[in-house]
Design a protein around this ligand. Sequence first.
Ligand code: NAI
Length: 281
Amino acid sequence: MGLLDGKVAIVTGAGGGIGRAEALLLASEGAQIVVNDLGGARDGTGSSESAAGKVVAEIEAAGGRAVASFDDVSTPSGAEKIIAAAVTAFGRLDVLVNNAGILRDKSLLKMDEAMWDAVIAVHLKGTFLCTQAAAKQMVSQGGGGRIVNTTSVSGMMGNFGQANYAAAKAGIYGLTRTAAIELQKHRITVNALAPIAKTRLTEDLPMFQTATDSLTPDHVAPAALFLGSDLCGDRTGHVLAVAGAQMYIYKVVQSAGKFKDENGVWTAQEIADNWDAIAKI
Ligand code: NAI
């Protein structure tokens, strides 16, 4: 018995890296899979059908069922076609893993508008468009569903050279929280992963020059399976982080804060003088 027997799942950007590992694991647990991938370069330029096609062949060779989608997550028609691929091939949709991504790193002072727009389009707009199209399908089916987004330590904490990417990933956090609230009544859970793994996106980072076997996409995939399966229960709006063997959670915390007497209006000087008490967690 697989954790996803009888379920239909979409993994976007599943032609390589983390998405490929997620698609293979979900398929091995019984899900019928739409393997979506535009098949472009790391910066999002170009396209090819070979990446998604190869992963479909791998799933089929292992005895699973999968179809390829080469559509672009960042356009409304692309997102609609990705969801329609699941319904056409397998009759329904139970799990969406929003994983597709690109990088165009540059420090803030050197980043141009095209770098900003491209990264926001694929990550943030793509996650919105696919989530909305999937949620409409899940609501029409009436049986709930599970959506797994992909954020990043960069979005949670910030990272040098990634103003575009960090903003997109932080946006995905806000989208996840809001979609979780809005879709709860339809029994659709919406959670996010924050992975760290050696892939073509990250292979040139210093941390991946060593530690290559301990930070793999195969370490990440079980977290997507958990959030995409009924083992997740009614947990929603969480960010589950995975870095190799370490599994942890990101959450935004609010300090208890401090009140000024008699509903008073703080002065800037008083804020400065009371900073430690205001910020104390
Ligand atoms: P990857 O480059 O191996 O995989 C991303 C895939 O998305 C590629 O196969 C690419 O063709 C596809 N893609 C790009 N634009 C697309 C579009 N418009 N429509 C459909 N497919 C598209 O990279 P990796 O590392 O596997 O990244 C997967 C996700 O994990 C991304 O969202 C990334 O930002 C996120 N992530 C990865 C980390 C890591 O350490 N590798 C760290 C934090 C987040």
